[in-house]
Design a protein around this ligand. Structure first.
Ligand code: ADE
Ligand code: ZN
Length: 328
């Protein structure tokens, strides 16, 4: 079957990490920003390992300097996602890169991204919702600034708060203040955990930050008791298989635990994380799972139902998207 046109729900996508290399290169030229080392000779993002990936990500992001740049970025990202059948996507948005944590600057960036999202929804029928993300290696004080931006702009559209970045920087609990602030503003919570560190990190995320979803979380497979607890609690994993393979969490897709996680009763969803960095897209993710784990159309239907149920949007939006999945 052709996976490209199958309607899909994606929950874990970093907006800057989804930037087409061409857009970043054009903006660099236009603004005379030196981003030497970001691309290889073929114009693809180039990095050696996870920490280098984070550096290249931040270097590429330097060319995104205004709300207008983020409008262009958002439109480009949504066009690409829609071309792979994505009907609903949640994107991580970073006040750190959009005004440096200043609330009034953040409002302007957010406004531009929402206008782009409205346009994409009208023109190509894809729905976007925003999750503010803080960056772990920028530290807890900067995370509070991001949480303040999130709390000030929380509504049906800006519906979540999360954390990405270097999982080895500090502890999940160091960010409890920021997550508490976001929760009190009505935001739903997720954090990257169990991508680089083991199961203890996921325990800490659930215990100390009270998140309901985990970015990646794949290494919980090393702890069967934790798998059972998470399955029981209904914690949802935002699994990004292609990202894990390219960054070397697992040597190849056949060694990825997604199938075992599912067998353990965990709620798994599938996303691309930073698609052009990892030479992936939602079509390729589905094709890989079909090829390696023999997932079929029913598996993908169930996968999308899990993702939609775990989406941070309001129920009216959820119903509208459910119709799109049904009519497929
Ligand atoms: N930021 C963008 N992609 C990420 C990943 N895979 N892990 C942590 N932080 C990220
Ligand atoms: Zn991520």
């Amino acid at each position: 079957m052709t996976f490209r046109t199958l309607p899909k729900v994606e929950l874990h996508l970093h907006i800057e990490g989804a930037a087409p290399p061409r857009l970043i290169a054009d903006l660099a030229k236009q603004k005379s920003v030196d981003i030497a080392g970001v691309f290889d000779e073929r114009g693809n993002y180039a990095f050696r390992d996870f920490l280098h990936f984070l550096k290249v990500y931040e270097a590429a992001t330097q060319v995104l300097q205004t709300p207008e740049d983020y409008r262009r970025l958002t439109l480009a990202v949504l066009e690409e996602s829609a071309s792979h059948g994505v009907v609903y996507t949640e994107a991580f948005l970073s006040p750190d890169f959009c005004g440096g944590g200043d609330v009034s600057a953040w409002r302007e960036y957010l406004h531009a991204m929402r206008e782009a999202a409205d346009q994409a929804e009208r023109d190509i029928g894809i729905t976007l919702r925003g999750i503010v993300t803080c960056v772990r290696h920028f530290g807890p004080e900067q995370a509070k600034r991001s949480a303040r931006c999130a709390a000030e702009t929380a509504d049906d559209w800006l519906c979540g708060f999360g954390m990405g970045g270097d999982e080895n920087a500090g502890e999940q609990g160091d960010f409890a203040y920021a997550f508490d602030m976001a929760r009190e503003a009505g935001l739903r919570l997720t954090t990257h955990a169990g991508e680089w560190r083991g199961p203890e990190e996921v325990r800490a995320a659930v215990r100390d930050l009270k998140v309901e979803r985990i970015g990646h979380g794949v290494r919980v497979i090393e702890d069967p008791a934790l798998c059972e607890e998470l399955a029981e609690a209904g914690v949802v994993l935002e699994v990004c298989p292609g990202s894990n393979v390219v960054l070397g969490v697992y040597p190849k897709l056949a060694a990825h635990p997604i199938e075992k996680l599912r067998e353990r009763g965990l709620q798994v969803t599938v996303s691309t994380d930073d698609p052009p960095f990892f030479h992936t897209d939602m079509t390729k993710e589905y094709e890989g799972l079909a090829r390696v784990f023999e997932w079929n159309e029913d598996d993908f239907m169930a996968l999308n139902q899990t993702a939609l149920a775990a989406a941070f949007c309001d129920d009216a939006t959820r119903k509208r998207i459910a119709k799109k999945l049904e009519t497929a």
